[in-house]
Design a binder for this molecule. Structure first.
Ligand SMILES: *[C@@H]1O[C@H](CO)[C@@H](O)[C@H](O)[C@H]1NC(C)=O
Ligand SMILES: *[C@@H]1O[C@H](CO)[C@@H](O)[C@H](O)[C@H]1NC(C)=O
Ligand SMILES: *[C@@H]1O[C@H](CO)[C@@H](O)[C@H](O)[C@H]1NC(C)=O
Ligand SMILES: *[C@@H]1O[C@H](CO)[C@@H](O)[C@H](O)[C@H]1NC(C)=O
Ligand SMILES: *[C@@H]1O[C@H](CO)[C@@H](O)[C@H](O)[C@H]1NC(C)=O
Ligand SMILES: *[C@@H]1O[C@H](CO)[C@@H](O)[C@H](O)[C@H]1NC(C)=O
Ligand SMILES: *[C@@H]1O[C@H](CO)[C@@H](O)[C@H](O)[C@H]1NC(C)=O
Ligand SMILES: *[C@@H]1O[C@H](CO)[C@@H](O)[C@H](O)[C@H]1NC(C)=O
Ligand SMILES: *[C@@H]1O[C@H](CO)[C@@H](O)[C@H](O)[C@H]1NC(C)=O
Ligand SMILES: *[C@@H]1O[C@H](CO)[C@@H](O)[C@H](O)[C@H]1NC(C)=O
Ligand SMILES: *[C@@H]1O[C@H](CO)[C@@H](O)[C@H](O)[C@H]1NC(C)=O
Length: 865
């Protein structure tokens, strides 16, 4: 909340300055009718962030000084109204999401007769667009994109003959049948047309072209299949054509590759299964081509050959990611002298990287990751790449062999050499890279110590993956970052005490930390790490110290770690009790303390951690009762693992209130008494159809996402991609449970594993147990059960040992606890926000590097926690 407030203050200031700036040389005051129109317009929407606080006739009588308003300095006419919300980037990630205006567009806006520029993009205006806007006959620029509006028809455009720029992206135009004809007839001066994500249906082809000035046509994310006839486009002089994210199939070559005037072509993520046609060689004006995600199934040298015919010198951007390309890179590459961007990642390109890559002096951004490249890469490959700021080449079989004193010609920001062979020495040449933000040298056979300068290398450093090497030595402190901070040092040979952590002035308000130090040899106490100096809260979101040699008690400093969602201390030698202050971690979703030496009871304070999705306290020496408060207070709990402890007493009935539970493991303790009949209340184990519990988690996580970035996300989220298709398991084995197996157990129809073995259960096996048709493993052995195997399970009626029978049913699938225990809720929560960004190619160039990547990493990182 504090962040939002700060931000609002900041915004308000910026706004005031902006509007002052805009009207500094304004002489004529604002016209009364214009002011009234603006005030009426304002009544139609909510301005939660107070963006247009200056629209107040009492404090600012001159509406030409209002935010977003520009007047003619002689006549005072309102010429421009710009209330757009700027696109997402790192600096305004939050402002964008909090500063949307929400509501209806009042038709009175059409009284601003002199308006030439109207930009309301990126807000949350909804409902039917008032066609009166068609009365703004002086409009040259109209941007209503990225709102929630719809229209029945585009006939209202007839009043806007001067329009040069029209952006209706994400407006629902599915009812506007002859949109293309109308645009062509009514808007002859149009230069830019953006109709991305408009649910357009292709209309009849254009025969007489009026749109002779059109230079940019963006029809991405519509539902065109190949019925869309684009031949008319070839009559234009020069065109940027964006058609990504459609469903164009089959023969695209004749339609699009014959448009000789194309200067930019983005057909990425369409559906044709077709090779790049020779005709593409005649696109002599081409500066940029993006066919990513199209299954071209072609040899890369064939592609270079086609494009070399005429466009190679002009081409600045070549994107063929995920195109099923094969073959080898050759010196053809050197023809593309002006190339700035080269994306060939996620193909099957093999062989060496030619040194001619190093001659492409304009290269800024290269991604050749996820291929089958194999060779030694040397200084030569980078010889002239002075402008390179992003290079990604992970997941190949490449060997980097450079002089340790090499000073690269570039200052790189993002460098991904994951799985390259770089070691055994630490790459000392990195020392010259002062602007590094992202570095992946994971799994690169480094067995060395990290030089001290590394941690202070770049003040922008925020994402490092050095995992899966044999890096040894101690780490004194972790670097700080302004924005977000991911560091993965797992699976190395680091030793000594945990690094120091400091909360310093450098830490910006958007900081979010994800730190993974697991699987090393860190030893000693947790104290100085967790109870760092100072009283500030550390905005760390995920922390893993798992599988080290840490010992001593878990200190009681959790009050400083309020932002934690994932905490792993498992696999250490930590002793003592679970500290009470852990109950202050109210955002916590995933808590892993298993495989330590903890004793005592589970503290009552954990009742406050109502967001918990997974608890694993297994393999400790905890005692006392299974707490009765583990009930409605943990509505999101999916995983509860308390196995191999010293818990006594009954299994409390309260536990049955955990309706999201899918994994319950209480095995190997001293529990006694009966298995509670209410066991059939574990709703998530009863239902085979997972839709309801999905939505529970889903809702819980909108909240999480909200809190994490202090982001107000109202409105639609995508249905998330990852289904929670997880194991359902109940393991109560190796206790002292007695009595009969309750008949209710058969209601757990979604259960895959049931283990009640090694107890003192008596009586008969429930008759209908065979109804549990998803069961893969059932172990009832080493009890005192009597009677025969119910026919429902033995099928043929032949009597067998239940355990053997169950073994037969088992499909041999091991449960991967590591995977299961990932904090699903967290991941899916992020996914909701991520999905649309990650797959929206529009974001790529400008925003991918910063924000999207941050979200994506969060998803990816925690997914692998
Ligand atoms: C707004 O203008 C004032 C005075 O001109 C200046 O001190 C302040 O830094 C400006 N604020 C912003 C956010 O630009
Ligand atoms: C009025 O605005 C025009 C541009 O719109 C600018 O060239 C001119 O200098 C301005 N006049 C004054 C007096 O500020
Ligand atoms: C409106 O303002 C945004 C920045 O706030 C700018 O990117 C956009 O180009 C402006 N629109 C017009 C029509 O000037
Ligand atoms: C404004 O537009 C509406 C609807 O398009 C039309 O009925 C009306 O006559 C127009 N008014 C003026 C003054 O042009
Ligand atoms: C082209 O524009 C003119 C004038 O705007 C219009 O009269 C004519 O009908 C248009 N032609 C087509 C084919 O739409
Ligand atoms: C590595 O690249 C290959 C080839 O593109 C791909 O199939 C595989 O999934 C990639 N592995 C990872 C971990 O990304
Ligand atoms: C590459 O750099 C070398 C010197 O490092 C220079 O002589 C050569 O002209 C450069 N080539 C290009 C294509 O820029
Ligand atoms: C890292 O640890 C592993 C396992 O203990 C050991 O085999 C290896 O020699 C160590 N490597 C270095 C460089 O210390
Ligand atoms: C932390 O807070 C305590 C009590 O409010 C205060 O005595 C102490 O000086 C603070 N420490 C620092 C480093 O700010
Ligand atoms: C748990 O929450 C209750 C009420 O919200 C509060 O009174 C109590 O102090 C909290 N306990 C801990 C350990 O934070
Ligand atoms: C770091 O790299 C390793 C190996 O390439 C990978 O398994 C791991 O998931 C990466 N870590 C993160 C946080 O992405």
């Amino acid at each position: 909340m504090a962040i939002i407030i700060m931000l609002l203050i900041f915004l308000a200031k910026v706004d005031a300055n902006l509007s002052n700036g805009m009207s500094l040389n304004s002489h004529a005051a604002c016209p009364e009718n214009g002011k009234q129109a603006l005030l009426n317009f304002k009544k139609g929407f909510i301005d939660e962030a107070n963006r247009i606080a200056s629209w107040d006739p009492h404090h600012h009588p001159d509406c030409c000084r209002w935010f977003g308003v520009v007047c003619d300095n002689m006549t005072g006419h309102i010429l421009s109204l710009n209330l757009s919300v700027p696109p997402l980037d790192e600096d305004n990630l939050i402002s964008r999401l909090t500063s949307k205006l929400e509501g209806k567009i009042n038709p009175c806006l059409s009284n601003l007769k002199h308006l030439r520029f109207l930009d309301l993009s990126g807000n949350q205006f909804e409902g039917l667009l008032p066609y009166q806007l068609g009365n703004l006959s002086n409009l040259q620029y109209l941007n209503l994109g990225d709102n929630g509006l719809y229209v029945q028809s585009l006939q209202w455009l007839s009043g806007l003959p001067l329009l040069k720029h029209l952006d209706l992206s994400s407006m629902d135009l599915s009812r506007a049948s002859n949109w293309l004809q109308l645009v062509n007839t009514l808007l002859p001066s149009l230069e830019e047309l953006h109709l991305s994500l408009c649910q357009l249906v292709p209309g009849p082809p254009l025969l007489n072209l009026n749109l002779s000035s059109l230079a940019i046509l963006d029809l991405s994310y519509n539902d065109f299949s190949n019925q869309m006839d684009l031949r008319w486009v070839s009559k234009l002089n020069s065109l940027v054509l964006r058609l990504y994210g459609n469903e164009l199939q089959g023969d695209i070559s004749s339609a699009i590759f014959n448009i000789r005037t194309l200067s930019e072509l983005d057909l990425s993520w369409n559906d044709p299964e077709e090779k790049l046609p020779r005709a593409a060689g005649k696109l002599c004006k081409l500066r940029s081509i993006d066919l990513s995600g199209i299954r071209l199934n072609q040899d890369i040298s064939h592609i270079f050959e086609i494009l070399s015919v005429c466009s190679s010198l002009r081409l600045e951007s070549l994107a063929f990611s995920s195109c099923q390309l094969s073959g080898q890179l050759t010196d053809q590459l050197e023809h593309f002298k002006n190339l700035k961007e080269l994306f060939l990642d996620s193909n099957s390109i093999s062989g060496p990287i030619p040194t001619s890559l190093g001659q492409l002096a304009n290269l800024e951004w290269v991604d050749i990751g996820n291929n089958l490249l194999e060779s030694v890469v040397s200084e030569k490959h980078f010889a002239n790449l002075t402008k390179l700021w992003d290079f990604r080449g992970s997941n190949n079989s490449l060997v980097l062999r450079v002089n340790p004193n090499w000073v690269p010609p570039f200052q790189i920001l993002d460098l991904d050499l994951g799985s390259w062979q770089i070691g055994p020495s630490f790459p000392l040449w990195l020392r010259s890279q002062k602007h590094l933000e992202y570095l992946d040298i994971s799994n690169s056979r480094i067995s060395d110590v990290i030089p001290r300068w590394f941690w202070g290398l770049s003040t922008q450093f925020r994402d490092g993956n050095l995992s899966r090497n044999q890096i040894s030595g101690q780490i004194q402190y972790l670097p700080q970052s302004q924005v977000y901070f991911f560091v993965d040092l797992s699976f190395n040979n680091f030793s000594g005490p945990l690094p120091r952590i400091s909360v310093g002035p450098n830490m910006g308000p958007f900081f979010a930390g994800f730190v993974k130090l697991s699987n090393n040899y860190f030893s000693g106490s947790l104290f100085h790490f967790l109870c760092y100096q100072g009283n500030d809260t550390l905005p760390m979101v995920a922390l893993s110290l798992a599988n080290n040699l840490l010992s001593g008690e878990i200190p009681d400093c959790w009050i400083k770690w309020q932002y934690l969602r994932v905490l792993r201390l498992d696999g250490n030698r930590v002793s003592g009790k679970i500290p009470i202050s852990m109950g202050t971690l109210t955002k916590l979703q995933s808590l892993h303390l298993h495989n330590n030496r903890l004793h005592g009871e589970i503290p009552l304070s954990l009742k406050n951690c109502t967001n918990l999705v997974a608890i694993n306290f297994g393999e400790n020496e905890l005692n006392g009762h299974i707490p009765g408060w583990m009930d409605h207070s943990l509505p999101n709990l999916i995983i509860l693992i308390l196995r191999s402890n010293k818990f006594g007493g009954n299994i409390p009935d309260h536990l049955c209130a955990l309706s999201s539970l899918k994994i319950l493991d209480l095995s190997n303790s001293h529990l006694f008494g009966c298995i509670p009949r209410c066991i059939s209340n574990f709703a998530a184990m009863v239902r085979r159809n997972a839709s309801r519990e999905r939505s529970i988690i889903y809702n819980a996580n909108i909240e999480d996402v909200y809190e994490y970035a202090s982001v107000v996300m109202k409105g639609q989220f995508l249905e998330y991609g990852n289904t929670l298709n997880l194991v359902r398991l109940v393991d109560l084995s190796r206790n002292n449970l007695s009595g009969e197996i309750p008949q209710e157990v058969v209601n757990l129809q979604a259960l895959q594993t049931l283990n009640l073995s090694q107890n003192h259960l008596t009586g008969k096996i429930p008759k209908l147990i065979g109804a549990m048709i998803l069961i893969e493993t059932m172990d009832l052995s080493q009890n005192q059960l009597t009677g025969s195997i119910p026919e429902s399970i033995s099928g043929s009626g032949k009597e067998t040992d239940v355990k053997n029978r169950a073994k037969g049913i088992r499909k041999g699938r091991e449960i991967n606890w590591f995977y299961v225990s990932m904090p699903l809720g967290f991941v899916t929560g992020f996914w909701c926000v991520l999905g649309p960004l990650v797959f929206d190619r529009r974001w790529r160039i400008t925003y991918y590097r910063v924000s999207t990547e941050m979200w994506w990493k969060a998803y990816d990182f925690v997914g692998k926690f």
